[in-house]
Ligand binder design. Structure first.
Ligand code: ADE
Ligand code: ZN
Length: 341
């Protein structure tokens, strides 16, 4: 397949994004604009010098910069603008459903109210649904480098907004902060009706994926790259149809893998794992959904069927109703059937 053709095909696929940190979609241009209007100095004197700093050897080096960038977000309008910019961008890539993370503690620890953060995000998501036709779910993610007590406070703060939040997740510095640290707060979150997911097996070992499943009782694993180290774990993922939300460009940029050709998604698909592709923190890792599909498909020489499978898997793995899933999957299949390749 010619690469221009591959790009066009990917652009046209109706896509679902299930692993996106809204703070990670903060483009430098918007960051400078918001920093200016909030009178907050940035450590970089231009967009170019900021972009030059986006070189990471591991997850922590990225997180250090990501948390600094988020510090300019103060007012509801800032969170609205951030979310709206993401939605208009992915709309142009034919993303029709999103399940996005926000990190309340990144903001509440700086004195920004939980209500300020969620009002801005929620209003943009609703506008996206009305005006762009993008359906959505919202996932509140606990920061795992902080204490479980802090996560409990966040859970408490979320309760007045329970109707707007579909699930909770676990992100930030993985190694040394195993899922077991958050067992109680995940149980309490589930009792409040939240669905559960967790980042596991990105940099951490496969034992963290077991813990996320057995102790946190998550329904989806974010990343999960390391599962292939453990045959029994692969079998468990297959038996229970546990989805993995993979983020290939993120994995290359954070040196989880050395090059895209090493990405485990092809092996996962061949084993029948419910593997899906997403963008994680696209403003930092050089691409949104279409680039993630394209770079992966190109490097691993994925077949059209495999690309279609990835798109179908994402709807399958989503929290849409069975009827909505069926409708989207049919649209994906019709799209591929209509292609003359
Ligand atoms: N927060 C934002 N992006 C993340 C990632 N890739 N891993 C863990 N925490 C994150
Ligand atoms: Zn992530």
């Amino acid at each position: 397949m010619k690469s221009s053709n591959l790009k066009e095909i990917i652009q046209g696929i109706p896509k679902a994004e299930l692993h996106l940190h809204i703070e990670g979609s903060f483009e430098p241009e918007l960051m400078f604009e918001i920093a200016n209007r909030n009178n907050i100095p940035l450590a970089y004197d231009s967009i170019e010098s900021l972009k030059k700093a986006y070189k990471f050897n591991n997850l922590q080096e990225f997180l250090d910069i990501y948390y600094i960038g988020a510090q300019v977000l103060i007012n509801e309008q800032d969170f609205f603008d951030l979310t709206w910019a993401y939605l208009t961008k992915v709309h142009s890539e034919n993303v029709v459903h999103v399940e996005i993370f926000f990190d309340p503690q990144t903001h509440t620890d700086r004195g920004v109210g939980f209500d300020v953060v969620i009002n801005g995000i929620y209003k943009a998501l609703e506008k996206g649904k009305q005006e762009l036709g993008i359906s959505y779910k919202l996932i509140m993610s606990y920061l795992r480098h902080l204490s479980e007590d802090s996560a409990f406070k966040t859970l408490e703060a979320s309760l007045p907004f329970k109707n707007w939040i579909d699930g909770v997740g676990l992100d930030s510095s993985e190694v040394g902060n195993p899922p077991s640290k958050f067992e109680k707060v995940f149980k309490a979150s589930s009792e409040q009706g939240y669905k559960l997911v967790a980042h596991a097996g990105e940099e951490g070992p496969s034992s963290y994926i077991w813990e996320a499943l057995d102790l946190l009782k998550v329904v989806r694993i974010d990343h999960g790259n390391r599962c292939l180290d453990d045959e029994a774990l692969v079998q468990r993922l297959l038996d229970e149809k546990i989805p993995l939300t993979l983020c290939p460009l993120s994995n290359v940029e954070l040196k989880v893998i050395q090059k895209m050709e090493d990405h485990p998604v092809l092996k996962m698909l061949e084993k029948g794992i419910l593997a899906t592709i997403h963008s994680d923190d696209p403003a930092y890792f050089g691409g949104y959904m279409s680039e993630n599909y394209y770079e992966t498909a190109k490097a691993l020489n994925l077949s059209t069927e495999q690309i279609m499978q990835l798109a179908i898997n994402a709807f399958e793995a989503s929290w849409l109703s069975d009827d909505e899933k069926k409708k989207h999957i049919k649209t994906v299949k019709n799209y591929f059937n209509s292609l003359v390749i």
